[in-house]
Design a protein around this ligand. Structure first.
Ligand code: AMP
Ligand code: MG
Length: 446
């Protein structure tokens, strides 16, 4: 059992400060989870995935700082304010094809029309005069419609006879004209605040002449690995040690979200060291992210230290991989203590930390697309908990099919490498038989 972890004996000034800032966190968490057993501010018992996610997100207050960035480097950033269209698109009526612009009154349902070609209008130029009856203008796609013209006949349909063009009968009036404001009208909402900017939003903003836009500041994530057995890649690995992989895959995951990562290395399983590192982390990061040390072993010190310097909830989330999870606060920083097993740390990041970082960045959409695929193999499942298998998703024979990557231990990082999606098996779902449909969530940056 967890012992009562709040120990306000002799308090250093940082403890007082951190305590004040996190007191409200503990109060709110207590209120939200009333009815469940708590031990010294730390909760025992299993929490469903959906509830864990809701409770984590409920704590996050979006960053307020806004900065201006060139649109060209805004990929993956979140737009901070609504952008309204400065002008109509197209800005004027223009031709949808290469052909001849004319007045529809000259068209006849019974006989070809023979019109004098009075000008050539390339894209980007404007006809200054007025087109009269009996006249046509050679026009290129995108060129503004000349005054007096309302129809464009594609050049494949006409024949030229010197300075005349001959238009066949029975062509309807008004064809091949793109109207002013057809795509966008001036003043309409072009891109909404809270939108994560993709290449298409970058293009749309640029098409309105915008070169710089307001985006929310990148969240700073202070990243720490914990454990005496964890060694720095590139350095020596003593017997019994493993190289750190979590900090590196979490760096990649944070990078995909456009966060700034502050690498704080590896903290040994020594309480004082861990405390010092976590406090340092909380001063430089909006978010402090650790892996390891949140299970129930003697050396799992993260929760112990956190209870002293901040507010923490220690959860057993009803899922695999990734059962232990410790969300909380240290001073102003959000804290997420992820499990140590490499797959578990990545999966819990995707489920809980990614939406929290998006919310912090001001993003409105916090869900990622999921879809249905047919299982190509039987998939084992323990009753009553949510499971996330690593899957290989392929489009075959006209449909999405998925198979597992093989052994699914939460330490088998290769399962993430072989896979391209998570297979989501809900709590109530029984084991899956080949041929049945399952939910999948592809591994995509956004
Ligand atoms: P813990 O929760 O600290 O007991 O860690 C659970 C498992 O994850 C142990 O087998 C650890 O060796 C492993 N682990 C912890 N941290 C890391 C890390 N940074 N990189 C790779 N494996 C880790
Ligand atoms: Mg450990």
């Amino acid at each position: 059992m967890l012992r009562a972890l709040t120990c306000w004996g002799v308090r250093a000034s940082w403890q007082v400060k951190a305590q004040e800032q996190t007191a409200s966190y503990n109060d709110e968490q207590t209120a939200m989870s009333s009815g469940r057993a708590r031990h010294g501010g730390v909760e025992a018992g299993m929490i469903p995935v959906a509830e864990a996610r809701e409770r984590i997100l409920a704590q996050v207050v979006p960053l307020r700082e806004v900065e201006e960035t060139p649109v060209a480097v805004a990929l993956g950033r979140v737009l901070a304010t609504d952008v309204l269209a400065p002008f109509d698109v197209p800005p004027n009526d223009n031709s949808a094809v290469d052909g001849y612009a004319l007045n529809g009154d000259d068209l006849s349902p019974t006989a070809p029309a023979r019109l004098r070609v009075i000008a050539d209008l390339p894209a980007g130029s404007v006809f200054e005069g007025v087109l009269r009856r009996g006249e046509a203008i050679r026009i290129m796609t995108g060129a503004p419609m000349p005054q007096g013209a309302d129809t464009v006949i594609p050049q494949e349909l006409v024949s030229r006879d010197g300075e005349f063009v001959v238009i066949p009968a029975r062509i309807p009036r008004g064809i091949n004209v793109r109207s002013q404001g057809e795509d966008i009208t001036k003043g309409m909402l072009l891109v909404e605040a809270g939108t994560l900017l993709r290449p298409q939003e970058m293009g749309l903003l640029s098409s309105q002449g915008l070169a710089r836009i307001p985006v929310t500041r990148r969240p700073r994530v202070a990243l720490l690995s914990t454990g005496d057995e964890v060694a720095e890649p590139g350095g020596e690995r003593r017997p019994g040690q493993i190289y750190d992989s979590n900090r590196i895959s979490l760096t990649g995951l944070c990078g995909q979200l456009g966060c700034e990562v502050i690498d704080l290395g590896i903290a040994r399983d020594v309480k004082e060291e861990l405390r010092a590192r976590l406090l340092q982390a909380s001063e430089v990061g909006d978010v402090v992210l650790t892996s390891g040390g949140v299970s129930v072993g003697v050396y799992d010190l993260v929760k112990e230290v956190l209870t002293e310097i901040g507010g923490i909830d220690f959860w057993q989330v009803n899922m695999t991989p990734g059962r232990p999870l410790a969300p909380g606060k240290i001073g102003k920083a959000y804290f997420y203590g992820l499990p140590g097993n490499p797959v578990a740390s990545m999966v819990t990041f995707l489920l809980f930390v990614r939406p929290a970082l998006w919310k912090l960045m001001g993003r409105k959409e916090l869900e990622v697309p999921r879809f249905r695929a047919t299982a190509k193999c039987d998939i084992g499942k323990k009753a009553g908990r949510r499971e996330f298998k690593r899957g290989i998703l392929r489009f075959e024979r006209g449909a999405w099919e998925v198979e597992t990557t093989g052994p699914q231990g939460s330490g088998i990082l290769r399962s993430m490498v072989l896979g391209n999606c998570l297979i989501i098996l809900e709590e109530g779902q029984p084991p899956v038989k080949a041929g049945e449909e399952v939910w999948v969530e592809p591994f995509v940056p956004f």
